[in-house]
Write a protein that binds this ligand. Structure first.
Ligand code: GLY
Length: 402
Protein backbone atom coordinates (compact mmCIF):
# COMPACT_ATOMS: atom_id res chain seq x y z
CA UNK A 1 0.00 0.00 0.00
CA UNK A 2 2.83 2.38 1.00
CA UNK A 3 4.57 1.57 -2.31
CA UNK A 4 1.35 2.26 -4.19
CA UNK A 5 0.96 5.66 -2.54
CA UNK A 6 4.60 6.49 -3.26
CA UNK A 7 4.25 5.61 -6.99
CA UNK A 8 1.01 7.60 -7.16
CA UNK A 9 2.65 10.65 -5.57
CA UNK A 10 5.62 10.47 -7.98
CA UNK A 11 3.21 10.24 -10.96
CA UNK A 12 1.27 13.19 -9.63
CA UNK A 13 4.43 15.24 -9.11
CA UNK A 14 5.66 14.49 -12.67
CA UNK A 15 2.25 15.33 -14.16
CA UNK A 16 2.05 18.65 -12.36
CA UNK A 17 5.68 19.46 -13.30
CA UNK A 18 4.85 18.78 -16.97
CA UNK A 19 1.71 20.92 -16.78
CA UNK A 20 3.73 23.67 -15.17
CA UNK A 21 6.40 23.45 -17.92
CA UNK A 22 3.70 23.57 -20.59
CA UNK A 23 2.08 26.62 -19.02
CA UNK A 24 5.45 28.31 -18.70
CA UNK A 25 6.15 27.58 -22.38
CA UNK A 26 2.76 28.96 -23.42
CA UNK A 27 3.26 32.09 -21.37
CA UNK A 28 6.83 32.69 -22.54
CA UNK A 29 5.97 32.21 -26.20
CA UNK A 30 2.82 34.21 -26.13
CA UNK A 31 4.47 37.55 -26.77
CA UNK A 32 2.12 39.00 -29.38
CA UNK A 33 -1.41 37.84 -30.00
CA UNK A 34 -1.11 34.04 -30.17
CA UNK A 35 1.27 31.38 -28.85
CA UNK A 36 4.26 30.50 -31.02
CA UNK A 37 2.90 27.03 -31.82
CA UNK A 38 -0.62 28.23 -32.67
CA UNK A 39 0.89 30.95 -34.83
CA UNK A 40 3.05 28.37 -36.64
CA UNK A 41 0.10 26.01 -37.20
CA UNK A 42 -1.96 28.75 -38.82
CA UNK A 43 0.96 30.07 -40.85
CA UNK A 44 1.89 26.66 -42.27
CA UNK A 45 -1.73 25.91 -43.22
CA UNK A 46 -1.70 29.22 -45.04
CA UNK A 47 1.69 28.38 -46.62
CA UNK A 48 0.22 25.16 -48.08
CA UNK A 49 -2.55 27.20 -49.72
CA UNK A 50 -0.07 29.71 -51.12
CA UNK A 51 2.19 26.89 -52.32
CA UNK A 52 -0.74 25.25 -54.16
CA UNK A 53 -1.71 28.59 -55.72
CA UNK A 54 1.75 29.41 -57.00
CA UNK A 55 2.18 25.88 -58.37
CA UNK A 56 -1.19 26.13 -60.12
CA UNK A 57 0.03 29.32 -61.76
CA UNK A 58 2.91 27.33 -63.30
CA UNK A 59 5.76 28.04 -60.85
CA UNK A 60 8.53 25.46 -60.76
CA UNK A 61 10.12 24.36 -57.50
CA UNK A 62 9.54 21.99 -54.63
CA UNK A 63 9.98 24.13 -51.56
CA UNK A 64 9.17 27.69 -50.37
CA UNK A 65 12.25 29.83 -49.74
CA UNK A 66 11.21 33.47 -49.37
CA UNK A 67 8.96 36.19 -50.79
CA UNK A 68 9.63 38.69 -53.55
CA UNK A 69 7.13 41.53 -53.47
CA UNK A 70 3.82 39.72 -53.30
CA UNK A 71 5.15 36.46 -54.75
CA UNK A 72 6.06 33.27 -52.96
CA UNK A 73 9.48 32.15 -54.20
CA UNK A 74 9.92 28.40 -54.61
CA UNK A 75 13.22 26.62 -55.14
CA UNK A 76 14.29 23.44 -56.90
CA UNK A 77 15.68 20.56 -54.84
CA UNK A 78 19.24 21.55 -55.84
CA UNK A 79 18.96 24.91 -54.03
CA UNK A 80 20.81 25.00 -50.70
CA UNK A 81 17.59 25.90 -48.87
CA UNK A 82 15.38 23.11 -50.26
CA UNK A 83 15.47 21.00 -47.07
CA UNK A 84 14.33 23.66 -44.62
CA UNK A 85 10.61 23.74 -45.36
CA UNK A 86 10.18 20.00 -44.84
CA UNK A 87 12.47 20.39 -41.82
CA UNK A 88 9.99 22.90 -40.44
CA UNK A 89 7.19 20.38 -40.91
CA UNK A 90 9.19 17.66 -39.16
CA UNK A 91 9.67 20.04 -36.24
CA UNK A 92 5.93 20.80 -36.26
CA UNK A 93 5.29 17.07 -36.00
CA UNK A 94 7.73 16.84 -33.10
CA UNK A 95 6.23 19.88 -31.36
CA UNK A 96 2.58 18.87 -31.76
CA UNK A 97 2.66 15.05 -32.21
CA UNK A 98 -0.11 15.62 -34.76
CA UNK A 99 0.12 13.11 -37.66
CA UNK A 100 -1.04 15.76 -40.08
CA UNK A 101 2.44 17.33 -39.93
CA UNK A 102 4.07 13.93 -40.36
CA UNK A 103 2.24 13.42 -43.65
CA UNK A 104 3.09 16.92 -44.86
CA UNK A 105 6.73 16.51 -43.81
CA UNK A 106 6.98 13.28 -45.80
CA UNK A 107 5.35 14.90 -48.82
CA UNK A 108 7.73 17.88 -48.88
CA UNK A 109 10.83 15.77 -48.14
CA UNK A 110 10.27 13.29 -50.98
CA UNK A 111 11.34 15.52 -53.92
CA UNK A 112 14.67 16.27 -52.25
CA UNK A 113 15.82 12.64 -52.40
CA UNK A 114 17.43 13.14 -55.81
CA UNK A 115 20.03 15.42 -54.18
CA UNK A 116 21.72 12.39 -52.61
CA UNK A 117 23.93 11.99 -55.69
CA UNK A 118 24.42 15.68 -56.45
CA UNK A 119 28.17 16.13 -55.99
CA UNK A 120 28.53 19.62 -57.43
CA UNK A 121 27.80 21.42 -54.14
CA UNK A 122 28.73 21.21 -50.46
CA UNK A 123 25.20 22.02 -49.27
CA UNK A 124 24.27 18.39 -48.73
CA UNK A 125 23.95 18.75 -44.97
CA UNK A 126 21.51 21.65 -45.21
CA UNK A 127 19.40 19.86 -47.81
CA UNK A 128 19.46 16.33 -46.47
CA UNK A 129 20.08 16.57 -42.72
CA UNK A 130 17.33 19.14 -42.14
CA UNK A 131 14.80 17.12 -44.16
CA UNK A 132 15.59 13.40 -44.05
CA UNK A 133 17.79 13.74 -40.97
CA UNK A 134 14.85 14.92 -38.91
CA UNK A 135 12.62 12.45 -40.73
CA UNK A 136 14.87 9.54 -39.84
CA UNK A 137 15.26 10.69 -36.24
CA UNK A 138 11.49 10.80 -35.82
CA UNK A 139 10.39 7.78 -37.90
CA UNK A 140 13.43 5.45 -38.21
CA UNK A 141 12.31 4.78 -41.78
CA UNK A 142 15.22 2.73 -43.28
CA UNK A 143 14.70 4.40 -46.65
CA UNK A 144 15.60 7.75 -45.09
CA UNK A 145 18.72 6.18 -43.57
CA UNK A 146 19.86 4.95 -47.00
CA UNK A 147 19.29 8.38 -48.51
CA UNK A 148 21.40 9.99 -45.79
CA UNK A 149 24.27 7.54 -46.10
CA UNK A 150 24.36 7.97 -49.87
CA UNK A 151 24.32 11.75 -49.36
CA UNK A 152 27.23 11.62 -46.90
CA UNK A 153 29.22 9.50 -49.39
CA UNK A 154 28.54 12.07 -52.11
CA UNK A 155 29.56 14.95 -49.82
CA UNK A 156 32.99 13.51 -48.98
CA UNK A 157 33.88 13.29 -52.69
CA UNK A 158 34.48 17.05 -52.35
CA UNK A 159 37.17 16.59 -49.68
CA UNK A 160 40.74 17.50 -50.63
CA UNK A 161 43.23 15.92 -48.19
CA UNK A 162 45.98 18.43 -49.09
CA UNK A 163 43.74 21.32 -48.09
CA UNK A 164 42.05 19.35 -45.33
CA UNK A 165 38.62 20.69 -46.27
CA UNK A 166 35.50 19.96 -48.27
CA UNK A 167 35.31 22.31 -51.24
CA UNK A 168 32.33 24.67 -51.01
CA UNK A 169 31.49 26.09 -54.40
CA UNK A 170 32.28 25.08 -57.95
CA UNK A 171 30.94 28.43 -59.17
CA UNK A 172 33.12 31.59 -59.09
CA UNK A 173 36.05 29.47 -60.34
CA UNK A 174 37.50 32.68 -61.79
CA UNK A 175 37.86 34.10 -58.24
CA UNK A 176 38.75 31.09 -56.10
CA UNK A 177 40.53 27.85 -57.01
CA UNK A 178 39.25 26.09 -53.91
CA UNK A 179 36.76 28.18 -51.90
CA UNK A 180 35.65 27.17 -48.42
CA UNK A 181 32.91 29.19 -46.74
CA UNK A 182 32.15 29.27 -43.01
CA UNK A 183 28.63 27.96 -43.74
CA UNK A 184 30.22 24.68 -44.87
CA UNK A 185 30.84 23.77 -41.21
CA UNK A 186 27.11 23.10 -40.91
CA UNK A 187 27.36 20.16 -43.32
CA UNK A 188 29.59 18.24 -40.91
CA UNK A 189 26.63 17.13 -38.79
CA UNK A 190 25.60 14.77 -41.60
CA UNK A 191 29.10 13.26 -41.62
CA UNK A 192 29.20 12.74 -37.85
CA UNK A 193 25.81 11.06 -38.13
CA UNK A 194 27.04 8.83 -41.00
CA UNK A 195 30.06 7.77 -38.93
CA UNK A 196 27.87 6.76 -35.97
CA UNK A 197 25.49 4.89 -38.26
CA UNK A 198 28.01 3.05 -40.48
CA UNK A 199 31.15 2.98 -38.26
CA UNK A 200 33.09 4.08 -41.34
CA UNK A 201 35.73 6.34 -39.79
CA UNK A 202 36.31 8.17 -43.10
CA UNK A 203 33.26 10.31 -42.37
CA UNK A 204 34.59 11.23 -38.93
CA UNK A 205 38.11 11.97 -40.19
CA UNK A 206 36.84 14.24 -42.97
CA UNK A 207 34.58 16.12 -40.56
CA UNK A 208 37.33 16.62 -37.96
CA UNK A 209 39.88 17.66 -40.58
CA UNK A 210 37.46 20.22 -42.02
CA UNK A 211 36.61 21.57 -38.56
CA UNK A 212 40.30 21.88 -37.58
CA UNK A 213 41.40 23.49 -40.83
CA UNK A 214 38.52 25.97 -40.64
CA UNK A 215 39.36 26.77 -37.03
CA UNK A 216 42.94 27.53 -38.07
CA UNK A 217 42.25 29.65 -41.15
CA UNK A 218 38.78 31.17 -40.96
CA UNK A 219 39.04 33.01 -37.66
CA UNK A 220 40.64 36.30 -36.70
CA UNK A 221 42.28 36.85 -33.29
CA UNK A 222 38.98 38.27 -31.93
CA UNK A 223 37.15 35.06 -33.05
CA UNK A 224 35.14 36.77 -35.75
CA UNK A 225 35.33 34.88 -39.01
CA UNK A 226 35.94 35.45 -42.68
CA UNK A 227 33.21 34.30 -44.99
CA UNK A 228 35.34 32.74 -47.75
CA UNK A 229 38.84 31.32 -47.55
CA UNK A 230 40.50 30.52 -50.87
CA UNK A 231 43.01 27.65 -50.86
CA UNK A 232 45.56 26.44 -53.35
CA UNK A 233 44.28 22.90 -53.93
CA UNK A 234 47.78 21.65 -54.81
CA UNK A 235 49.62 22.96 -51.73
CA UNK A 236 46.83 23.57 -49.22
CA UNK A 237 48.08 27.16 -48.69
CA UNK A 238 45.59 29.94 -47.99
CA UNK A 239 45.55 32.26 -51.01
CA UNK A 240 42.62 34.56 -50.25
CA UNK A 241 40.49 35.82 -47.39
CA UNK A 242 37.24 37.35 -48.59
CA UNK A 243 33.58 37.90 -48.17
CA UNK A 244 30.74 37.06 -50.52
CA UNK A 245 27.62 38.01 -48.58
CA UNK A 246 29.12 40.36 -46.03
CA UNK A 247 29.97 44.06 -46.14
CA UNK A 248 33.72 43.69 -46.76
CA UNK A 249 36.50 41.13 -46.63
CA UNK A 250 37.45 42.19 -43.09
CA UNK A 251 33.90 42.64 -41.79
CA UNK A 252 31.86 40.17 -39.75
CA UNK A 253 28.86 38.95 -41.72
CA UNK A 254 26.20 38.24 -39.09
CA UNK A 255 24.97 34.88 -40.34
CA UNK A 256 28.53 33.66 -40.78
CA UNK A 257 29.23 34.30 -37.10
CA UNK A 258 26.07 32.37 -36.21
CA UNK A 259 27.05 29.42 -38.42
CA UNK A 260 30.39 29.33 -36.58
CA UNK A 261 28.80 29.33 -33.12
CA UNK A 262 26.27 26.67 -34.03
CA UNK A 263 28.70 24.37 -35.82
CA UNK A 264 31.50 24.35 -33.23
CA UNK A 265 28.90 23.67 -30.54
CA UNK A 266 27.74 20.72 -32.65
CA UNK A 267 31.36 19.56 -33.18
CA UNK A 268 31.87 19.46 -29.40
CA UNK A 269 28.67 17.44 -29.00
CA UNK A 270 29.85 14.95 -31.63
CA UNK A 271 33.53 14.60 -30.61
CA UNK A 272 33.81 15.62 -26.96
CA UNK A 273 36.90 17.61 -27.99
CA UNK A 274 37.17 20.59 -25.63
CA UNK A 275 38.87 22.80 -28.23
CA UNK A 276 35.59 22.97 -30.15
CA UNK A 277 33.73 23.98 -27.02
CA UNK A 278 36.27 26.74 -26.35
CA UNK A 279 35.94 27.89 -29.95
CA UNK A 280 32.14 28.01 -29.69
CA UNK A 281 32.30 29.97 -26.45
CA UNK A 282 34.73 32.49 -27.90
CA UNK A 283 32.57 32.98 -30.99
CA UNK A 284 29.55 33.39 -28.71
CA UNK A 285 31.44 35.94 -26.67
CA UNK A 286 32.26 37.91 -29.84
CA UNK A 287 28.62 37.91 -30.97
CA UNK A 288 26.98 38.74 -27.67
CA UNK A 289 29.40 41.48 -26.67
CA UNK A 290 29.72 43.17 -30.02
CA UNK A 291 29.14 46.94 -29.70
CA UNK A 292 26.89 46.82 -32.79
CA UNK A 293 24.60 44.19 -31.30
CA UNK A 294 21.19 45.80 -30.69
CA UNK A 295 19.53 45.52 -27.28
CA UNK A 296 16.99 42.99 -28.58
CA UNK A 297 19.85 40.68 -29.69
CA UNK A 298 18.69 40.52 -33.31
CA UNK A 299 21.82 41.60 -35.21
CA UNK A 300 22.18 43.82 -38.22
CA UNK A 301 23.08 41.81 -41.33
CA UNK A 302 26.79 42.57 -40.80
CA UNK A 303 28.36 43.69 -37.51
CA UNK A 304 30.41 46.25 -39.46
CA UNK A 305 27.67 47.46 -41.82
CA UNK A 306 28.45 51.15 -42.40
CA UNK A 307 25.08 52.75 -41.61
CA UNK A 308 24.19 51.02 -38.37
CA UNK A 309 21.57 51.63 -36.91
CA UNK A 310 20.03 52.28 -40.33
CA UNK A 311 20.77 48.85 -41.71
CA UNK A 312 18.53 45.81 -42.16
CA UNK A 313 18.53 43.15 -39.47
CA UNK A 314 19.11 39.47 -40.08
CA UNK A 315 16.61 37.48 -38.05
CA UNK A 316 18.08 34.24 -39.40
CA UNK A 317 21.36 35.00 -37.61
CA UNK A 318 19.37 35.49 -34.39
CA UNK A 319 17.46 32.20 -34.68
CA UNK A 320 20.62 30.19 -35.44
CA UNK A 321 22.30 31.84 -32.43
CA UNK A 322 19.36 31.14 -30.11
CA UNK A 323 19.27 27.48 -31.07
CA UNK A 324 23.04 27.17 -30.62
CA UNK A 325 22.96 28.89 -27.21
CA UNK A 326 20.31 26.48 -25.92
CA UNK A 327 22.62 23.61 -26.81
CA UNK A 328 25.70 25.38 -25.42
CA UNK A 329 23.85 25.94 -22.14
CA UNK A 330 23.80 22.15 -21.63
CA UNK A 331 27.58 21.90 -22.05
CA UNK A 332 28.99 24.55 -19.71
CA UNK A 333 27.46 24.14 -16.24
CA UNK A 334 28.88 27.40 -14.89
CA UNK A 335 27.39 29.36 -17.80
CA UNK A 336 24.22 27.33 -18.27
CA UNK A 337 21.99 30.04 -16.85
CA UNK A 338 23.67 32.83 -18.81
CA UNK A 339 23.44 31.00 -22.14
CA UNK A 340 19.86 29.86 -21.59
CA UNK A 341 18.69 33.28 -20.44
CA UNK A 342 20.36 34.90 -23.44
CA UNK A 343 18.66 32.46 -25.81
CA UNK A 344 15.35 33.09 -24.01
CA UNK A 345 15.86 36.81 -24.51
CA UNK A 346 16.38 36.34 -28.25
CA UNK A 347 13.25 34.19 -28.46
CA UNK A 348 11.28 36.79 -26.55
CA UNK A 349 12.36 39.49 -29.02
CA UNK A 350 11.48 37.27 -31.97
CA UNK A 351 8.05 36.46 -30.57
CA UNK A 352 7.34 40.04 -29.71
CA UNK A 353 8.65 41.99 -32.67
CA UNK A 354 9.59 39.74 -35.56
CA UNK A 355 6.63 37.35 -35.94
CA UNK A 356 4.65 37.75 -39.17
CA UNK A 357 1.08 38.95 -38.72
CA UNK A 358 -1.13 35.85 -38.95
CA UNK A 359 -2.00 34.86 -42.53
CA UNK A 360 0.52 37.22 -44.11
CA UNK A 361 4.02 36.79 -45.53
CA UNK A 362 2.97 33.73 -47.54
CA UNK A 363 2.98 31.64 -44.39
CA UNK A 364 6.53 32.26 -43.19
CA UNK A 365 6.80 32.65 -39.42
CA UNK A 366 9.32 35.45 -39.04
CA UNK A 367 10.06 38.66 -40.88
CA UNK A 368 13.20 40.82 -41.28
CA UNK A 369 15.87 38.39 -42.49
CA UNK A 370 18.60 39.33 -44.95
CA UNK A 371 19.95 36.76 -47.39
CA UNK A 372 22.53 38.48 -49.57
CA UNK A 373 22.62 42.24 -49.32
CA UNK A 374 25.64 42.88 -51.55
CA UNK A 375 23.81 41.04 -54.36
CA UNK A 376 20.70 43.12 -53.54
CA UNK A 377 18.91 39.86 -52.91
CA UNK A 378 16.52 38.97 -50.07
CA UNK A 379 16.84 42.14 -48.01
CA UNK A 380 14.52 42.45 -45.02
CA UNK A 381 12.26 39.54 -46.00
CA UNK A 382 11.01 36.30 -44.48
CA UNK A 383 13.38 33.39 -45.20
CA UNK A 384 12.70 29.71 -44.63
CA UNK A 385 15.88 28.92 -42.68
CA UNK A 386 15.16 31.64 -40.12
CA UNK A 387 11.94 29.75 -39.36
CA UNK A 388 13.77 26.42 -39.24
CA UNK A 389 16.23 27.44 -36.52
CA UNK A 390 13.46 29.27 -34.65
CA UNK A 391 11.39 26.06 -34.45
CA UNK A 392 14.50 24.10 -33.48
CA UNK A 393 15.16 26.66 -30.74
CA UNK A 394 11.55 26.32 -29.52
CA UNK A 395 12.06 22.57 -29.25
CA UNK A 396 15.38 22.90 -27.47
CA UNK A 397 13.89 25.44 -25.07
CA UNK A 398 10.98 23.09 -24.37
CA UNK A 399 13.35 20.19 -23.62
CA UNK A 400 15.41 22.38 -21.30
CA UNK A 401 12.36 23.66 -19.46
CA UNK A 402 11.27 20.10 -18.86
N1 GLY B 1 24.73 29.22 -46.92
C1 GLY B 1 24.43 30.46 -47.49
C2 GLY B 1 23.91 31.47 -46.53
O1 GLY B 1 24.03 31.37 -45.34
O2 GLY B 1 23.38 32.43 -47.01
Amino acid sequence: MKKYILVLSICFAIASQNAEAQNKEKKENKEGKVSAIDHAKAQFDYAFEEFAKVKASGAKGVSPRTTKGDTLVLVASKDWTSGFFSGNLWYMYELTKDKKWLEKAKEFSAPIEQEKTNGVTHDMGFKIYCSFGNGYRLTKDPKYRDIMIQSARTLITRFNPTVGCIRSWDHHAEVWDFPVIIDNMMNLELLFWAFKETKDSTFYKVAVSHANTTMKNHFRPDFSSYHVIGYDPKTGQVTKRNTHQGFSDESSWARGQAWGLYSYTMCYRETGDKKYLQQAEKIGNYILNHPSMPKDLVPYWDYNAPKIPNEPRDVSAATITASALYELSTMVPEKAVLYKETADKIMKSLNKTYKAEPLTNKGFLLIHSTGNLPAKSEIDVPIVYADYYYLEALLRKRKLNK
